[in-house]
Design a protein around this ligand. Structure first.
Ligand code: PMP
Length: 295
């Protein structure tokens, strides 16, 4: 992720990644009480563009507010710092990871002070470009009354890691998690869509992370004239679907081959997922058309 020359952004300054440190009494390290983002930057004809930068930093600020972490940077400051960070590290196609973490504090009380670090590195397709073989996880997503499910909180990712490890140990590429009522939710780090009879379906907001890629896919589907329904769906509905895909900043749009060895009948090349994958790849490389995320 970094070498001796890599710079990271830390509380308003650019410092060497290899020399930056944190306190072992950091509240985030002990309790997972911190928030983060996953953002991608792409090389476009008019230079490097941080895709949906504002949306990601707005979500970061919202995540912090939802769990009572005081964090008062403006979105613009953070966007500017990200561009500067990419330039200083000579990165064009990169993954950007901002993390808001708390001061040393062993209590469970809200922090008085927090820090932000932003790092970036060159990163290819997160889940590869092969279609995924999924398994339905024995872990469910955390109940929205236990945590703030719409916040991207460090500690929530223990659930994602457990589900990923379980899926890999069983020989699958990736997990699919249900919510605590048994409805389809999302992957460990991506949102789910599936296609049936020419209509696209996706789990509604409420028990999932409101993905920025999910919002982008909804906009692209609308532009392409594809009907999309959002609701609560049981796994049986997915099993009888024609095709399916995951989407997320890291994974982008990636096809799903099977769920617990049951293959989807429609060929990927003819699926709505493939059309949206193409539209998404065009959009991320397009320096002009920036859609707003309103879903
Ligand atoms: N769900 C979860 C649990 C995630 O971690 C992610 C990745 N941030 C997503 C969905 C997709 O979100 P986005 O499109 O904003 O990256």
């Amino acid at each position: 992720y970094y070498n001796n020359n890599t710079l990271i952004y830390l509380d308003g300054k650019f410092v060497k990644a290899s020399e930056a440190t944190t306190d072992l009494y950091c509240q985030t390290l002990h309790y997972g009480y911190g928030v983060f983002e996953g953002i991608r930057a792409y090389a476009t004809e008019t230079g490097t563009r941080v895709f949906k930068a504002k949306e990601h930093y707005n979500r970061l600020k919202n995540s912090a507010a939802l769990i009572n972490i005081p964090f008062d940077y403006s979105t613009q400051e953070l966007v500017d710092a990200t561009y500067e960070l990419l330039e200083k590290n000579n990165l064009n196609d990169a993954y950007v990871r901002p993390l808001v973490f708390c001061d040393p504090n062993m209590s469970l009380a809200r922090p008085n002070n927090v820090s932000i670090m932003i790092c970036a590195w060159e990163w290819g397709a997160y889940l590869g470009d092969k279609r995924l073989r999924l398994t339905v996880s024995s872990y469910c997503r955390p109940h929205p009354r236990s945590i703030k499910i719409e916040a991207k909180v460090c500690g929530h990712y223990v659930n994602s890691i457990l589900a990923t490890n379980e899926a890999k140990d069983k020989g699958f590429d990736e997990a699919l998690l249900l919510d605590s009522d048994g409805y389809l939710a999302e992957g460990p780090g991506a949102n789910l869509f599936f296609e049936k009879n020419g209509v696209l379906f996706t789990p509604q907001l409420g028990n999932i992370l409101p993905g920025i890629t999910r919002a982008t896919v909804l906009e692209l589907a609308e532009k392409l004239g594809v009907e999309v329904k959002q609701g609560l769906y049981k796994p049986e509905v997915l099993v009888s679907a024609d095709s399916a895909f995951f989407c997320g900043t890291a994974a982008e749009v990636i096809g799903i081959e099977s769920v617990d060895e049951r293959k989807f009948p429609k060929s990927w090349n003819e699926s709505l997922g493939r059309k949206l994958q193409e539209a998404y790849s065009r959009l991320i490389r397009n320096s002009e058309k920036i859609l707003s995320t309103t879903h």
